[in-house]
Ligand binder design. Structure first.
Ligand SMILES: CC(C)(COP(=O)(O)OP(=O)(O)OC[C@H]1O[C@@H](n2cnc3c(N)ncnc32)[C@H](O)[C@@H]1OP(=O)(O)O)[C@@H](O)C(=O)NCCC(=O)NCCS
Length: 211
């Protein structure tokens, strides 16, 4: 990201002159702990629900794999989630960074991961108060402090203006939805560049190439 990451949040703060009473809680941004896993799974599901286009069955079936994936990625130190807590302790919003595997590129030869923002969600009653903005800024700081030079995400229609205001621009990614194949996918990639794997060559009608 070329832009500096401002540290101020737009969540309304208590006036500086008035001290919070002892023990009073404030809006708090923190990284997620193992005990937050179910909140992250719930937020992820509700993010997809609000984005739309997924059936309840698809949402139901996605919870378990996401939970397992978060556990695995966290253990591999490739996943860190951030939460904003309201003064009453409820989690108002969350988002996460995944350090996804990356191939060496000129200029970034030593980095084998690149940060990717995912699972951005704010509870409807807390929307429009800068929570997502605050989460993204925290993630930008986190990635900048670790020497990353770029960060990625896929934006929903609701999220796009927030990211655009923070300096995100659309890149040169292209994509194509591939035809659905029947049968179990092979866990192994094809044998090499331009060469179909053995199993693909052996089966009549099978097409080579990685899935
Ligand atoms: C997208 C989403 C995460 C945004 O969460 P949010 O906490 O409401 O986001 P913010 O408050 O930071 O910004 C939202 C709006 O509030 C405005 N805002 C920010 N701080 C504000 C404040 N202190 N007072 C009033 N408005 C404020 C922003 O200008 C922004 O308006 P705009 O988008 O019309 O330009 C939330 O709507 C959501 O969970 N949507 C469903 C899932 C989804 O689409 N997730 C994103 C996937 S990429």
């Amino acid at each position: 990201m070329a832009r500096a990451v401002p540290s101020a949040s737009r969540i309304p703060k208590r006036p500086r002159s008035r001290r919070a009473p002892k023990g009073a809680r404030r809006w708090r941004l923190r990284t997620a702990a193992p005990a937050d896993l179910e909140t992250l799974v719930r937020h992820r599901r509700r993010m997809w629900k609000d984005i739309g286009g997924r059936t309840t069955r698809e949402l139901d079936r996605a919870d378990g794999p996401y939970r397992a994936w978060v556990r695995r990625q966290t253990r591999a130190r490739r996943f860190v989630a951030f939460l904003v807590e309201a003064p009453d302790g409820r989690v108002a919003g969350s988002g996460a960074i995944w350090l996804q595997p990356a191939q060496p590129r000129p200029g970034t030869l030593s980095r084998e991961t690149m940060p990717y923002i995912l699972s951005m969600f704010t509870e409807p009653e807390f929307r429009g108060r800068g929570i997502a903005t605050r989460l993204v800024r925290a993630m930008l700081r986190w990635a900048t402090e670790r020497g990353y030079r770029r960060i990625f995400l896929h934006a929903s229609t609701m999220g796009r203006p927030i990211y655009a205001r923070l300096g995100f621009t659309a890149g040169n990614e292209m994509r194509l939805d591939l035809p659905v194949r029947r049968g179990r996918p092979s866990p192994r990639p094809a044998a090499g560049p331009g060469r179909p794997g053995r199993s693909a060559r052996a089966r009549p009608g099978a097409r080579g190439g990685a899935r």
